[in-house]
Design a protein around this ligand. Structure first.
Ligand code: BTN
Length: 253
Protein backbone atom coordinates (compact mmCIF):
# COMPACT_ATOMS: atom_id res chain seq x y z
CA UNK A 1 0.00 0.00 0.00
CA UNK A 2 1.46 3.41 -0.82
CA UNK A 3 2.32 5.35 2.33
CA UNK A 4 -0.23 8.10 1.62
CA UNK A 5 -3.28 6.00 2.53
CA UNK A 6 -3.03 4.04 5.74
CA UNK A 7 -5.61 3.20 8.38
CA UNK A 8 -4.05 5.96 10.46
CA UNK A 9 -4.04 8.71 7.83
CA UNK A 10 -7.54 7.92 6.54
CA UNK A 11 -8.94 8.16 10.06
CA UNK A 12 -7.50 11.59 10.81
CA UNK A 13 -10.49 13.81 11.67
CA UNK A 14 -12.05 15.78 8.85
CA UNK A 15 -13.82 19.09 9.33
CA UNK A 16 -17.04 17.72 7.82
CA UNK A 17 -20.44 17.88 9.49
CA UNK A 18 -22.00 14.66 8.21
CA UNK A 19 -20.30 12.85 5.32
CA UNK A 20 -17.01 11.38 6.47
CA UNK A 21 -17.58 12.45 10.05
CA UNK A 22 -17.13 8.79 11.03
CA UNK A 23 -14.84 6.74 8.81
CA UNK A 24 -14.03 3.07 8.91
CA UNK A 25 -10.93 1.95 7.04
CA UNK A 26 -10.58 -1.59 5.68
CA UNK A 27 -7.57 -2.95 3.84
CA UNK A 28 -9.70 -5.36 1.81
CA UNK A 29 -13.43 -5.81 1.40
CA UNK A 30 -15.76 -7.46 -1.12
CA UNK A 31 -17.62 -4.24 -1.92
CA UNK A 32 -17.66 -1.09 0.22
CA UNK A 33 -21.37 -0.73 -0.64
CA UNK A 34 -22.05 -4.05 1.11
CA UNK A 35 -20.03 -2.99 4.16
CA UNK A 36 -21.98 0.28 4.35
CA UNK A 37 -25.30 -1.51 3.93
CA UNK A 38 -24.47 -3.84 6.84
CA UNK A 39 -23.36 -0.88 8.96
CA UNK A 40 -26.63 0.94 8.22
CA UNK A 41 -28.62 -2.16 9.20
CA UNK A 42 -26.68 -2.18 12.48
CA UNK A 43 -27.68 1.47 13.10
CA UNK A 44 -24.73 3.47 11.73
CA UNK A 45 -25.62 7.19 11.47
CA UNK A 46 -25.98 9.35 8.36
CA UNK A 47 -22.63 10.13 6.80
CA UNK A 48 -20.97 6.97 8.12
CA UNK A 49 -18.25 6.18 5.59
CA UNK A 50 -16.15 3.16 4.72
CA UNK A 51 -12.93 3.40 2.73
CA UNK A 52 -11.12 0.35 1.38
CA UNK A 53 -7.67 -0.01 -0.08
CA UNK A 54 -8.94 -2.78 -2.36
CA UNK A 55 -12.21 -4.50 -3.23
CA UNK A 56 -12.41 -8.12 -4.33
CA UNK A 57 -15.99 -7.90 -5.58
CA UNK A 58 -16.45 -4.23 -6.45
CA UNK A 59 -19.42 -3.63 -8.70
CA UNK A 60 -20.52 -0.92 -11.06
CA UNK A 61 -23.78 0.07 -12.64
CA UNK A 62 -25.61 -2.64 -14.60
CA UNK A 63 -23.96 -5.19 -12.28
CA UNK A 64 -20.63 -4.86 -14.03
CA UNK A 65 -17.38 -5.69 -12.28
CA UNK A 66 -15.51 -2.72 -10.88
CA UNK A 67 -11.79 -3.13 -10.35
CA UNK A 68 -9.92 -1.55 -7.47
CA UNK A 69 -6.58 -3.36 -7.14
CA UNK A 70 -4.51 -2.66 -4.00
CA UNK A 71 -2.97 0.80 -3.85
CA UNK A 72 -4.69 2.00 -7.02
CA UNK A 73 -8.03 3.57 -6.31
CA UNK A 74 -10.49 5.35 -4.16
CA UNK A 75 -13.25 2.95 -3.16
CA UNK A 76 -15.59 4.49 -0.64
CA UNK A 77 -19.25 4.29 0.35
CA UNK A 78 -21.33 6.32 2.73
CA UNK A 79 -24.82 6.14 4.17
CA UNK A 80 -27.59 8.75 3.97
CA UNK A 81 -31.27 8.71 4.82
CA UNK A 82 -32.69 11.27 2.37
CA UNK A 83 -36.24 12.48 1.87
CA UNK A 84 -37.94 11.82 -1.48
CA UNK A 85 -36.65 15.01 -3.13
CA UNK A 86 -33.08 14.61 -1.87
CA UNK A 87 -33.04 10.98 -3.03
CA UNK A 88 -33.12 12.08 -6.70
CA UNK A 89 -30.03 14.21 -6.25
CA UNK A 90 -27.68 11.84 -4.44
CA UNK A 91 -26.07 10.42 -7.54
CA UNK A 92 -25.54 13.86 -9.19
CA UNK A 93 -24.27 15.14 -5.85
CA UNK A 94 -21.64 12.42 -5.53
CA UNK A 95 -20.52 12.76 -9.15
CA UNK A 96 -20.29 16.54 -8.90
CA UNK A 97 -18.32 16.28 -5.65
CA UNK A 98 -15.91 13.82 -7.28
CA UNK A 99 -15.37 16.07 -10.30
CA UNK A 100 -14.72 19.05 -8.02
CA UNK A 101 -12.32 17.08 -5.83
CA UNK A 102 -10.37 15.93 -8.89
CA UNK A 103 -10.12 19.49 -10.20
CA UNK A 104 -8.99 20.89 -6.87
CA UNK A 105 -6.43 18.18 -6.19
CA UNK A 106 -5.04 17.55 -9.68
CA UNK A 107 -5.84 20.55 -11.85
CA UNK A 108 -7.28 18.17 -14.47
CA UNK A 109 -10.44 19.23 -16.27
CA UNK A 110 -13.11 16.94 -14.83
CA UNK A 111 -16.57 16.58 -16.34
CA UNK A 112 -19.45 14.09 -16.15
CA UNK A 113 -21.25 11.79 -18.52
CA UNK A 114 -24.93 11.54 -17.65
CA UNK A 115 -25.87 10.48 -15.10
CA UNK A 116 -22.75 9.99 -13.00
CA UNK A 117 -19.67 8.81 -14.88
CA UNK A 118 -16.68 10.86 -13.80
CA UNK A 119 -14.42 11.95 -16.66
CA UNK A 120 -10.98 13.53 -16.81
CA UNK A 121 -9.95 14.87 -20.21
CA UNK A 122 -13.21 13.28 -21.43
CA UNK A 123 -12.14 9.77 -20.40
CA UNK A 124 -13.85 7.78 -17.65
CA UNK A 125 -11.88 7.74 -14.42
CA UNK A 126 -14.63 6.98 -11.95
CA UNK A 127 -18.25 6.25 -11.25
CA UNK A 128 -20.99 6.32 -8.66
CA UNK A 129 -23.18 3.42 -7.58
CA UNK A 130 -26.26 4.38 -5.57
CA UNK A 131 -28.18 1.55 -3.93
CA UNK A 132 -31.26 1.87 -1.73
CA UNK A 133 -32.22 -0.33 1.17
CA UNK A 134 -35.56 0.97 2.41
CA UNK A 135 -35.04 4.44 3.88
CA UNK A 136 -31.26 4.10 3.70
CA UNK A 137 -29.28 4.95 0.60
CA UNK A 138 -25.73 3.75 0.08
CA UNK A 139 -23.62 5.93 -2.17
CA UNK A 140 -20.47 4.28 -3.50
CA UNK A 141 -17.79 6.23 -5.32
CA UNK A 142 -14.92 4.65 -7.20
CA UNK A 143 -12.05 6.61 -8.77
CA UNK A 144 -9.13 5.13 -10.69
CA UNK A 145 -6.25 7.08 -9.20
CA UNK A 146 -2.87 5.36 -9.65
CA UNK A 147 -4.00 2.67 -12.01
CA UNK A 148 -2.70 1.52 -15.37
CA UNK A 149 -5.84 0.88 -17.41
CA UNK A 150 -3.84 -0.92 -20.12
CA UNK A 151 -3.04 -3.66 -17.62
CA UNK A 152 -6.72 -4.60 -17.24
CA UNK A 153 -8.74 -5.88 -20.16
CA UNK A 154 -12.02 -5.08 -18.31
CA UNK A 155 -11.24 -1.38 -18.26
CA UNK A 156 -11.26 -0.88 -22.03
CA UNK A 157 -11.87 2.77 -22.77
CA UNK A 158 -11.36 3.84 -19.16
CA UNK A 159 -8.49 5.83 -17.77
CA UNK A 160 -7.08 6.94 -14.45
CA UNK A 161 -5.83 10.18 -12.94
CA UNK A 162 -2.20 9.02 -13.06
CA UNK A 163 -2.58 7.97 -16.71
CA UNK A 164 -4.00 11.41 -17.57
CA UNK A 165 -1.34 13.30 -15.64
CA UNK A 166 1.72 11.12 -16.02
CA UNK A 167 2.43 11.37 -12.28
CA UNK A 168 1.27 9.63 -9.13
CA UNK A 169 -1.67 11.29 -7.37
CA UNK A 170 -2.26 11.29 -3.60
CA UNK A 171 -5.23 9.08 -2.87
CA UNK A 172 -5.45 10.44 0.64
CA UNK A 173 -5.72 14.10 -0.38
CA UNK A 174 -8.22 13.26 -3.07
CA UNK A 175 -10.31 11.16 -0.68
CA UNK A 176 -10.40 13.91 1.93
CA UNK A 177 -11.34 16.50 -0.69
CA UNK A 178 -14.06 14.20 -2.02
CA UNK A 179 -15.60 13.81 1.43
CA UNK A 180 -15.43 17.57 2.05
CA UNK A 181 -17.03 18.43 -1.30
CA UNK A 182 -19.72 15.78 -0.75
CA UNK A 183 -20.46 17.02 2.75
CA UNK A 184 -20.87 20.60 1.52
CA UNK A 185 -23.25 19.56 -1.25
CA UNK A 186 -25.25 17.32 1.09
CA UNK A 187 -25.65 20.14 3.63
CA UNK A 188 -26.89 22.36 0.81
CA UNK A 189 -29.33 19.73 -0.46
CA UNK A 190 -30.69 19.32 3.05
CA UNK A 191 -31.25 23.08 3.25
CA UNK A 192 -33.33 22.81 0.08
CA UNK A 193 -30.70 24.18 -2.33
CA UNK A 194 -30.98 23.07 -5.92
CA UNK A 195 -27.74 21.66 -7.36
CA UNK A 196 -29.16 20.95 -10.80
CA UNK A 197 -27.52 23.84 -12.61
CA UNK A 198 -24.07 23.04 -11.17
CA UNK A 199 -24.40 19.36 -12.11
CA UNK A 200 -25.77 20.27 -15.55
CA UNK A 201 -22.85 22.62 -16.17
CA UNK A 202 -20.47 19.68 -15.68
CA UNK A 203 -22.40 17.31 -17.96
CA UNK A 204 -20.35 16.78 -21.10
CA UNK A 205 -23.31 14.84 -22.52
CA UNK A 206 -25.49 17.87 -23.19
CA UNK A 207 -25.57 19.09 -26.77
CA UNK A 208 -23.95 15.87 -28.02
CA UNK A 209 -25.25 13.22 -30.39
CA UNK A 210 -25.94 10.24 -28.12
CA UNK A 211 -27.23 6.70 -28.11
CA UNK A 212 -29.28 5.71 -25.07
CA UNK A 213 -29.72 2.08 -24.18
CA UNK A 214 -32.17 0.81 -21.58
CA UNK A 215 -33.44 -2.74 -21.00
CA UNK A 216 -36.42 -1.92 -23.24
CA UNK A 217 -35.26 0.71 -25.74
CA UNK A 218 -32.47 2.19 -27.80
CA UNK A 219 -32.85 5.84 -28.76
CA UNK A 220 -30.42 7.99 -30.69
CA UNK A 221 -30.56 11.75 -30.93
CA UNK A 222 -29.25 14.92 -29.36
CA UNK A 223 -29.02 15.12 -25.56
CA UNK A 224 -30.89 18.37 -25.08
CA UNK A 225 -31.40 18.92 -21.38
CA UNK A 226 -31.90 17.46 -17.93
CA UNK A 227 -35.20 18.10 -16.20
CA UNK A 228 -36.02 19.00 -12.59
CA UNK A 229 -35.59 15.37 -11.50
CA UNK A 230 -32.31 14.86 -13.36
CA UNK A 231 -33.85 12.87 -16.22
CA UNK A 232 -32.10 13.19 -19.60
CA UNK A 233 -34.15 14.54 -22.50
CA UNK A 234 -33.09 13.28 -25.94
CA UNK A 235 -34.53 14.71 -29.17
CA UNK A 236 -34.54 12.15 -31.99
CA UNK A 237 -34.08 12.93 -35.69
CA UNK A 238 -37.86 13.13 -36.14
CA UNK A 239 -38.03 15.91 -33.53
CA UNK A 240 -39.66 13.80 -30.77
CA UNK A 241 -38.36 14.10 -27.23
CA UNK A 242 -37.66 11.08 -25.03
CA UNK A 243 -37.13 11.25 -21.26
CA UNK A 244 -34.88 8.82 -19.38
CA UNK A 245 -34.39 8.45 -15.65
CA UNK A 246 -31.82 5.67 -16.14
CA UNK A 247 -29.89 4.03 -18.91
CA UNK A 248 -26.50 3.87 -20.54
CA UNK A 249 -25.42 6.71 -22.78
CA UNK A 250 -22.79 6.52 -25.49
CA UNK A 251 -21.60 9.90 -26.71
CA UNK A 252 -20.60 10.67 -30.26
CA UNK A 253 -18.73 13.84 -31.23
C1 BTN B 1 -19.99 2.70 -12.44
O1 BTN B 1 -19.49 3.63 -13.09
O2 BTN B 1 -20.43 1.68 -12.99
C2 BTN B 1 -20.06 2.86 -10.95
C3 BTN B 1 -18.82 2.36 -10.26
C4 BTN B 1 -18.91 2.47 -8.75
C5 BTN B 1 -17.74 1.79 -8.06
C6 BTN B 1 -17.74 2.06 -6.59
S1 BTN B 1 -16.21 1.64 -5.81
C7 BTN B 1 -16.91 1.88 -4.24
C8 BTN B 1 -18.31 1.28 -4.30
N1 BTN B 1 -18.29 -0.14 -4.04
C9 BTN B 1 -18.66 -0.87 -5.10
O3 BTN B 1 -18.73 -2.11 -5.15
N2 BTN B 1 -18.96 -0.04 -6.11
C10 BTN B 1 -18.80 1.35 -5.75
Amino acid sequence: MPPDMTSHSVLEPLDTKIVGHTIEYRAEVGSTNDVARAAAAAGAPDGWTVVADTQTAGRGRFNRRWLSPPGSSIATSFILRPNEHERHWLSPMAALAAARAIEVQTGLHATLKWPNDILANSRKVGGVLVEADGAVVIIGVGINVNFDPRAHIETTGSSSLSAEMGVTVSRLRLLRQLLRETDQLWLRLRRGDNIRSEWQAKLETLGKAVRMQTPTAIVTGIAEAVDELGALIIRDSGGSCHRFMAGEVTMHT
